[in-house]
Design a protein around this ligand. Structure first.
Ligand SMILES: [Zn+2]
Length: 106
């Protein structure tokens, strides 16, 4: 799935990244899959891993121009969460860097 989509999909679902897969409800898993399909379609159409929705015209233009403005949590460690303002955390999980919001992804 790729590291960017892993972090971004889990944030979009407000899913705690430490929850073992077997404990994630089936509805949540199916919603994650649908959201992945949605984001991949955008990625194919735009050529960018755009993981934010509902941006106004100016924000969309910025996001397409700069990666830092394109994601909810990916590579945003130490910066305020775009939803709640809590600092985004970065840690190693499965040998890859994981970015998440400890408040929104409880
Ligand atoms: Zn947050």
């Amino acid at each position: 799935i790729g590291n960017v989509y892993r972090a971004e999909l889990l944030f979009r679902a407000r899913q705690n990244p430490h929850t073992p897969g077997k404990q994630v409800p089936e509805d949540t898993v199916r919603a994650l899959w649908r959201d992945w399909v949605h984001l991949l379609r955008i990625g194919v159409e735009t050529g960018q891993m755009m993981t934010m929705d509902d941006l106004d015209e100016e924000s969309y233009r910025r996001a397409m121009a700069k990666r830092e403005d394109r994601h909810w949590v990916y590579k945003r460690e130490g910066l305020p969460c775009r939803v709640c303002g809590t600092h985004i955390v970065m840690e190693e999980l499965g040998g890859r860097k994981l970015y998440w919001c400890p408040k929104d992804q409880k």
